[in-house]
Design a protein around this ligand. Structure first.
Ligand code: Z5A
Length: 207
């Protein structure tokens, strides 16, 4: 049984990750690909608890170091319990956010050292990296307006505009550094056009 493929979906808040995740899942199933859909932080009992703690706005101040370690603690569980077993069985994994989010939020947003993040990435993941990453990108005003029209703001969504500018810049830098793996899709266009671009990228990848 050939190993499955690992696809991740990335982008700032409100760019349309959740919306397009379902579209991609359906597209893969249409091509008879068995796919596990999951998210980060999260995907296991412990990792979902860590997610709650990370997003909770009422908790004590979480230090940048604690935040970074919680993200990677959740990832370690997720990899061992969900992602690795699925890939080994030949299933594909479609994940809403992964380590590019750490480079963007903790590296770009919180200004944490990239070398520290890279060290943790190797510790937790070894050589495992996504096979394909779709980076959904829109001007931050678009994403913020879409996200904020929905609900109460979580700990990340309550950050200042400059934080999201830094996150977006760091994501785009990741795409420049890894052009073969990360494909940027602009989402400040009608959903049908976004879906067409996604079909082009995933269709080529499947072939
Ligand atoms: N985090 C971190 O710091 N470090 C890490 O390593 C990881 C994560 C892995 C939780 O993520 C937080 O964890 C995240 C970073 C941190 N914080 N933030 N911000 P999350 O994935 O749950 O958070 P999110 O980005 O806030 O997700 P979201 O708000 O659900 O956004 P989305 O999934 O990208 O958007 P959506 O729900 O699909 O779409 C938003 C609305 O826009 C919705 O009403 C859609 O119908 C609409 N939409 C979508 N596309 C379009 C188009 N093309 N046109 C018009 N309207 C559209």
């Amino acid at each position: 049984m050939p190993r499955g493929k690992f696809i991740t979906l990335e982008g700032g808040e409100g760019v349309g990750k959740t919306t397009n995740l379902t579209f991609i899942e359906n597209y893969l199933k249409l091509h008879n690909i068995s796919v596990v859909v999951t998210r980060e932080p999260g995907g296991t009992l412990l990792a979902e608890k860590l997610r709650q703690l990370l997003l909770d706005n009422d908790s004590e101040t979480i230090t940048e170091e604690a935040e970074l370690l919680m993200v990677f603690a959740a990832r370690a569980q997720h990899l061992k319990l969900v992602i690795e077993p699925a890939l080994s069985k030949g299933q594909w994994v479609l994940c809403d956010r992964f380590t590019d989010a750490t480079f963007a939020y903790q590296g770009g947003g919180r200004n944490m050292k990239i070398s520290t993040i890279e060290w943790l990435e190797t510790l937790v993941q070894g050589n495992l990296r996504p096979d394909l990453t779709l980076l959904l990108d829109a001007p931050i005003e678009v994403g913020m307006e879409r996200a904020r029209s929905r609900n109460i703001l979580d700990r990340f969504e309550s950050e200042k505009k400059s934080f999201f500018e830094q996150v977006r810049r760091a994501y785009l830098l990741q795409a420049e550094l890894h052009p073969d793996r990360i494909k940027v899709i602009k989402t400040n266009q009608p959903l049908v056009d976004v879906e067409n671009e996604i079909v082009n990228v995933i269709g080529t990848f499947i072939k």
